[in-house]
Write a protein that binds this ligand. Structure first.
Ligand code: DMJ
Length: 447
């Protein structure tokens, strides 16, 4: 599947950010400013661990000769960090090739102007030409400002320049000292005043990877980062108390919170939380371990149900638990599947943690559904309505499909020592970074 996705991208969209398989061309969305080749950067480590050596060499050569960083354009700080910086760092740690480190560091430096705000809470958009924005038309998003830590710690380690760590520690300290409604973190804050902008809380879109980076910062520090640990378990306790619900049919889900009122829906994005809560369960203290493992398993089960209750066996973008809905998507505009990874991500973590064969069975179901409904002659594509037998494709092979969905599926069916969870921490785009004991010394030069 990876080879087919790669060959299709190469054939129709080489050097562009993503493949549009129906129209057989590239996707020139401006998320990355003037940066190109997002699918190549996102694929480097996947190709490498899968032993697709020729393809990995093509990708590496493209980075050496064609990845231009002296580009302008307004880019998403979050997306450039998780895909480009994370992808290049991970390729460096896996292969030891200096070119990846050089490019990661050069790009990391270009992200720093985003932090020139009165509070140091970065703006979500960064001008890659280095121009500083004079106004902040939008608020900063929790998941975006909270999903820099893993990569920035490594940038400081590699450059011996503490500026990156200082930037992310400032964000963390700021978030830590803010008042939180019921201990919950709202999803938006103002980079000028530093205050919350509204009281919308979610572990799906806009919130998700903030929580993930807290527990992973603790794990990546070789379990020394006590501040991250405390913030994670406090946040999880508040989520458990205020957001975790049980449907009439017995499904556990994590609702959203709008100024104190629960919205009984879950984003597909929120399904990453099964895996996150699973890897955190080990470290929260003996009293909470089993409870957190059960919560992780129950959420993962619910996400599987969201897939199982569609005729395509692919899950919708949003599923609801109100007006008689139970992990289904009554609204037509919430029924798409974008090749997202979060459900197989949780299957992979839960498999590694429990070795319960059901997680491999569930992963296989997804693999078959992808082959049946998302594979077309010219690549893989998302689908517009997972409840329809008449499949309509969305014409996009997302770069995270190569970085995450296929990598997590591969790891689900590999031995546990391939990118072992002891030694590696995956960034939110599934790019593995070495944990404290191995950091920053490249330790996996052979597969
Ligand atoms: C990825 O880019 C990352 O996993 C991010 O944290 C959330 N969304 C996509 C995949 O769905």
């Amino acid at each position: 599947m990876m080879k087919f996705a790669w060959d299709s991208y190469k054939r129709y969209a080489w050097g562009e950010n993503e493949l549009r398989p129906l129209s057989k061309n590239g996707n020139d969305d401006r998320t990355f400013g003037g940066l190109k080749g997002a699918s190549i950067i996102d694929s480097l480590d996947t190709l490498y661990i899968m032993g697709l050596d020729d393809e990995y060499q093509e990708a590496k050569e493209w980075v050496e000769n064609n990845l231009k960083l002296n580009v302008g354009g307004e880019a998403s700080l979050f997306e450039v960090n998780i895909r480009y910086v994370g992808g290049l760092l991970s390729a460096y740690y896996l292969t030891g090739e200096e070119v990846f480190k050089r490019k990661a560091v050069e790009l990391g430096r270009k992200l720093l102007p985003a932090f020139n705000t009165p509070t140091g809470i970065p703006h979500g958009v960064v001008n890659l030409a280095g121009e500083v924005r004079s106004s902040w038309p939008w608020s900063s998003v929790l998941a975006e400002v909270g999903t820099l830590h893993l990569e920035f710690v490594h940038l400081s380690e590699l450059t011996k320049d503490s500026i990156y760590i200082e930037k992310v520690m400032n964000i963390r300290k700021h978030l830590n000292q803010l008042d939180k409604p019921h201990g919950l973190y709202p999803n938006a804050l103002n980079p000028v005043s530093g205050n919350w902008e509204q009281h919308f809380v979610s572990i799906g879109a806009l919130g998700d990877s903030f929580y993930e980076y807290l527990i992973k910062s603790y794990l990546m520090s070789d379990r020394t980062d006590e501040e991250a640990k405390k913030m994670y378990y406090d946040a999880l306790e508040a989520i458990d108390k205020n957001l975790v619900q049980r449907s009439p049919g017995g499904l556990t889900y994590v609702a959203e919170w709008r100024g104190g009122v629960l919205d009984h829906r879950m984003d597909h994005l929120a399904c990453f939380s099964g895996g996150m809560i699973g890897i955190g369960a080990e470290h929260g203290g003996p009293g909470s371990r089993q409870h957190q493992l059960d919560l992780a398993a129950n959420i993962t089960h619910t996400c599987h149900e969201a897939y199982r209750r569609t005729p395509t066996m692919l899950g919708p973008e949003v599923f609801r638990f109100d007006d008689g809905a139970e992990a289904t998507a009554p609204r037509v505009n919430e029924r798409h599947y974008l090749l997202r990874p979060e459900v197989v991500e949780s299957y992979m973590y839960m498999w590694r943690l429990t070795h319960d064969p059901k997680y491999r069975d569930w992963g296989w179901e997804v693999l078959e559904a992808l082959e049946q409904h998302c594979r077309i002659a010219t690549g893989f594509s998302g689908v517009i309505d997972v409840y329809s037998h008449m499949i309509q494709h969305d014409n996009l092979q997302q770069s995270f499909f190569l970085a995450e969905t296929l990598k997590y599926l591969y790891l689900l069916f590999s031995e546990d020592d391939l990118l072992s969870l002891e030694d590696w921490v995956f960034n939110t785009e599934a790019h593995p970074l070495p944990n404290g004991r191995n950091c920053p010394n490249p330790s996996m030069r052979s597969r």
